[in-house]
Design a protein around this ligand. Sequence first.
Ligand code: HEC
Length: 148
Amino acid sequence: MRHLIFGLFFGLTVGIASAGDGKAVYDANCAACHQPDGAGALGLAPPLAGTLGKRLAVPEGRKYLAGIVISGLAGKMESKGVIYEGIMPSWQQLSDAELASVLNHVLTNFNAAELPAGFKVIEVDELAATRAKKPTARELRGWRAASQ
Ligand code: HEC
């Protein structure tokens, strides 16, 4: 009986987590600044479309993406020759599953053409590990520079 209850509960939570709808999370939390299609907005937020795929070729790129949604980041950021200076809020209030699914939505829908061969989706575990040891702004900038 115990097993049955545990199994049901576990199955249910995993079911909900893996069903995490990245597009819904994106539209509700990210689109206002980064725009519904990820094009970004001058003076507000950099593009997320066509700018992130190549970063996934090195481990720093995965750490950067998981890290920026957990820790947030503020200051100057150059993207496609434009300097943005704004605040990327921390999204710690979202679950690891929601954050993994929103990153995978951004990567597979807005950056599909530049993803490296053998690209593996961002796992919930990677968000959990990042949350356990939140990166500093300095670390995030270092990982961004290392994953151009
Ligand atoms: C209030 C506006 C705002 C919202 C809402 C927002 N962002 Fe951002 N985001 C920014 C800004 C501004 C930057 C650049 C930060 C800097 O200058 O250091 C940024 C940077 C980023 C980057 C890094 C881009 C790069 O080229 O390195 C990613 C990835 C990102 N945001 C993802 C998200 C996701 C996913 C969400 C929703 C969960 C989100 N953002 C919601 C403003 C926002």
